[in-house]
Every structure is written in C-alpha cells, then in structure tokens.
Design a protein around this ligand. Structure first.
Ligand code: FCB
Length: 459
C-alpha cells in the first residue's frame, strides 16, 4: 500500500486557487449508526447493525456503534464543529429504529424529538440540513420479517418516510431516500460483509436492490405530499469502471460489473427500466418485478447525490457468478481501505451521470479518504496533509465538471469526524475532524481547516 505524504505538494496554493460556482454548497456528511451511539436510549429499536456487530468476526476490531461519537448526546458539539470549520451544510441520516422502533406503526416522539433538536440547532447556527432517510440501519423486526427481500419493506419505508417528512419537513428542505443501495444490497445480501450479513450471491443482491428501489419510488411522492416544497433525491455510489485490459473478456466483465453497480440503479430511477443486458444475464436470479414497479421507481427527482471514492478497474474473474469479474488494483496511491486515489473519477462520474441521465442537479454527497488511526500531534493537532490533498484534488475535478456545464451544486466531505466505519470498526478513520475516544472531544484536522478555508472563500 502506497500512502506517502508528499511534503512538496503545493496544498495551500492549490486550495487557494480553487473556484467553484457561486452558491456552491460545502458541507460534511455522517450517518446515524456511525455517530449517534445511544443505541438503546429512549426506546430506540434494535437495528440490523446493532445485531450484526454482535456476530463474532463481523467487525475487524470487534467494535460497534454502541457509543461511536455519542452524537445523540453531543449533537451540539457537532454543530459547533461545523461552524468552526466554516461549513454551512450538514448531511446526516435519520435512524429508522430510533424514530420507529420496529419499523411499523406509530413514530416515537422521543426519537423524533432528537432530530427536531438537531435540525433546530443547525438552522439556528446557519447550517442547512440535508436529511437521509435510510443509511443502512433497518429495524431488526423488519429484517426478521424478510428485510429487503420482502416487498412489504418498501411499503414500510414509504410510511416511515412520510411520517418523518411530516414532522421535519417544515424545516428540512433537502431529502434523500436511500444512501447507496448498491452497497447495502450487495455487501449486505450477496457478500455477507455488511448487515444483515447474508451471503446469497447475485440472487440476494438483486432482490434487495429491487425492493430498495421500490421503497425509493414509493417514498418520493409521500415525502412531497408531507413536505410541500421538498427537494427529493437519491444517493448512489457511482463508480467509473474501466477494463483491466483491452481483451474482449475483460471488457465484457467490466460492462457486467458496471451494469450492476451503475446502470441498474440509474436506469431504474431515470428511465423506468432495468438494463437489458443484466436482466438477460441474471434471468434466473431475478426477484418478482411487477409491470407497475418500473414506473413507480422512476418518480421525477430533484437531484442525484453521488458518493464517490475511487474508480474501478475490472477484469474477468470468478466473483459473484454469473457476473464473473475480478477487481484489479493498478499501481498508484492507495488509502488505508485499499482504495486507489484517482481524482479524475469524480469528474468522470459526474460527466457519465449528466450525459446519460441528465439529473436536474447533482451533488457530491460523499468523498474522502481513510488513513490508519491518527494520534494527536504534540500540539494537539492532526496534520493530515494526505487527506487535505485528497479533498483539494477531488474538488479540482468538481470545479472542472462545473466549468464544463454540469449542474453540480455541492460537495459533502465524508466525514465530519472520525466514526464507526462499518465492518472496519474504528481502524480506518475518514474524519476531517479528530474525535478523542476517551473524552469525545472533536478537533478539526488540517483537512477540515483547509476545506473550511475553501468554503469560506467560496461563500
Ligand atoms: C460509503 C458509506 C459511508 C462510509 C463511506 C466510507 O459507502 O455511505 O457510510 O462508510 O463509504
């Protein structure tokens, strides 16, 4: 793994030279289970991540989000941190089992009150809230009833989404239905690496994906009805995919991989159909797709959120038959999660989405990098030059995309502060602020300061 700090890279100059369009939104993102802790407080229900983290070996360091950044109690510190870094937008998620413990029936007043306080606090501080309704913490009771394998979960999600929008919609204008369906459907249901930990291969990935997309489609009109004036979108983790070699078999594998990661979701949401090549390849592994589902999924949306961390270089291989692909790691710079640093990926992904699907607006809803754990320096600071450079190099690509006429309106760094990184536990911090595990004290890292400077200059 090459992750060398280059002291001569002109970070300050490059950061100062960045030009984003007027009104461009700079923010940071988090997710409920990764930061809130307080997993049993005030009647919160169990989520699939509460359950999965107890499975021996599921999380590399044996940890969980039980305490995490304790944001359930320290949300005011999070707002102070955003302000300190000059960020005027915050993308957070609503914990479904916190506001509806079993995933059905009445919403929890105590759970909703937490998000009420958070939203009011953000607005008072001049920070615009961007709320995501599902960032992977399905109520365990719904999982026990079939989870994303069940059509019913899609209807439960729409009910929940409407309830939350009815409560917060007078103050929250920006809504995201799902965060990264590809990741939670495939890593959770095909590969067993994320909650709920099912290893059902392509059949599992596709069934979960269809019901998740249906959940999105059912929820969009319900959110609009409950929160007039809402801007509603979905967040997809798009990857620019290139073939490992020019060989026909590698190119075909790259197309299959890209069909499942990108086109399966984009075609469904923007064109009202699934890609024909994937339908044909996986004909025996599909869930029931009713004729009316396609139109339901393709609800008009106001923006597409793009989470992007890297490109994918794909060749023929044995992964997930009949997709039969293998990821290839070309020589280059890599982060602590083993992801290649390839800044043009961000511009290529925006360009791909814009040219083929023309969403009304685009946001980079996540982008960032992991390092090994970073102790505080003697002066009490974290000098994460490599991460600061990563953010600047990727923002340069966003700026290029904007200059070329792509309607990209904002950028959210992943993540506001070091937190629970799913199956990697606390081993690979992504924060632009450090969190002291003993005291929970939050401190901007160099990367947070640099992003803040860029944000202030842009504002
Ligand atoms: C994304 C997730 C986010 C975080 C980053 C590193 O896939 O949406 O919660 O884990 O990766």
């Amino acid at each position: 793994m090459l992750n060398t700090v280059d002291p001569v890279w002109p970070l300050e100059e490059r950061a100062a030279a960045l030009r984003l369009p007027e009104g461009f939104v700079f923010g940071a993102a988090t997710a409920a289970y990764q930061i809130e802790g307080a997993v049993r407080a005030d009647g919160k229900g169990e989520s699939i991540w509460d359950r999965f983290t107890r499975r021996p070996g599921a999380i590399v360091d044996g940890t969980s989000g039980e305490v995490a950044c304790d944001s359930y109690n320290r949300w005011q510190d999070d707002i102070v941190l955003l302000r300190e870094m000059g960020l005027r937008a915050y993308r957070f998620s609503i914990g479904w089992p916190r506001v509806q413990p079993g995933g059905t029936g009445a919403l929890s007043a105590a759970g909703l009150a937490y998000y009420d306080r958070l939203v009011d606090g953000l607005l008072e501080a001049g920070v615009t809230p961007y709320a995501t309704l599902y960032h992977w913490d399905l109520p365990q009771e719904l999982q026990d009833a079939g989870g994303w394998y069940s059509r019913d979960t899609a209807h439960r999600f729409a009910d929940y989404a409407e309830g939350v929008a009815a409560t917060l919609g007078d103050r929250v204008r920006h809504w995201t239905t799902l965060n990264e369906p590809w990741t939670f459907c495939w890593f959770g249901h095909a590969l067993g690496e994320d909650a709920p930990g099912l290893s059902d291969g392509v059949r599992g990935g596709l069934a979960a994906s269809h019901h998740a997309l249906l959940a999105h489609g059912l929820a969009v009109p319900r959110i609009r009805a409950a929160a007039p004036g809402a801007e509603v979108g979905i967040v997809l983790d798009l990857n620019v995919v290139s073939a490992a070699t020019e060989a026909e078999e590698d190119r075909a594998a790259a197309t299959r991989f890209e069909g499942v990661q990108n086109r399966w979701y984009l075609d469904a949401v923007f064109k009202g159909s699934y890609p024909a090549d994937i339908l044909e390849l996986c004909a025996d592994l599909l869930p029931e797709i009713r004729p009316e589902d396609n139109a339901q999924i393709a609800q008009p949306i106001d923006y597409l959120g793009v989470n992007i961390y890297r490109r994918s270089v794909i060749g023929a291989g044995g992964d997930l038959p009949p997709l039969n692909f293998a990821r290839v790691n070309p020589p280059g710079r890599y982060t602590a999660t083993g992801w290649e640093i390839w800044p043009p990926c961000i511009r290529d992904a925006l360009d791909f989405a814009h040219r083929n699907y023309a969403p009304k607006a685009l946001f980079i809803t996540e982008n960032g990098m992991a390092t090994p754990p970073e102790p505080l320096g003697p002066d009490g600071r974290v000098e994460d030059r490599e991460r600061a450079r990563y953010l600047v190099e990727h923002l340069e690509q966003v700026a290029e995309a904007a200059r070329s006429g792509i309607p990209v309106e904002g950028y959210f760094a992943w993540t506001l502060m070091d937190n629970f990184e799913w199956a990697s536990g606390y081993t690979v911090p992504f924060g632009i602020a450090h969190v002291d595990p003993a005291t929970q004290e939050r401190r901007p890292k160099l990367s947070g300061e640099v992003l803040g400077r860029i944000a202030r200059a842009g504002a």
